[in-house]
Ligand binder design. Structure first.
Ligand SMILES: [Zn+2]
Length: 151
């Protein structure tokens, strides 16, 4: 059995909540049975992956599958070494020549890029529903998404 995480991030990769402590308190109330909850804030956008749940990456324009090797190449090209983060400037996908930042590709299961992430280890409950995500988004100050991560 692997480790299961729910990772909550703002959909806007650069967004930081004004009151991270208040956000953390809400998440703690939503996950009373969680093993551990941590809030991570980094200087630039980092990949927040879904681990073993990753099945496919698709082009947002023509929906063709993007091979993992191609995606890894796009990722390296977008990575800002000195700043240790992703620039998320538009990259060109080979299927149809569409230009899109890496965070706007289609990831199955969902994953994302963010400066701020709350990781919940062994959540002890199902994924947050639409209403809970809306409630949390209000406290965060920007729409939030959930990444179901299996390590
Ligand atoms: Zn395409």
């Amino acid at each position: 059995m692997g480790e299961v995480y729910h990772v909550l991030i703002p959909r806007d990769p650069q967004f930081l909540p004004n009151e991270p402590d208040a956000v953390l308190q809400v998440v703690v109330r939503m996950y009373p049975a969680a093993e551990n909850i941590t809030l991570d804030i980094s200087a630039g956008a980092e990949l927040r992956d879904c681990g073993a749940h990753l099945e496919a990456i698709r082009c947002p324009s023509c929906h063709a599958d993007i091979a993992i090797e191609d995606w890894q190449e796009l990722m390296s090209g977008d990575y800002d070494e000195p700043r240790n983060c992703f620039r998320l400037t538009p990259v060109t996908v080979s299927c149809c020549g569409h230009r899109s930042p890496l965070n706007e590709l289609i990831y199955v299961a969902p994953m994302g890029f963010s400066r701020c992430a709350i990781s919940i280890l062994s959540p002890g409950r199902e994924a947050l529903g639409v209403e809970e995500l809306a409630q949390l988004s209000l406290v965060v100050g920007s729409p939030v998404m959930l990444i179901d991560r299996l390590l």
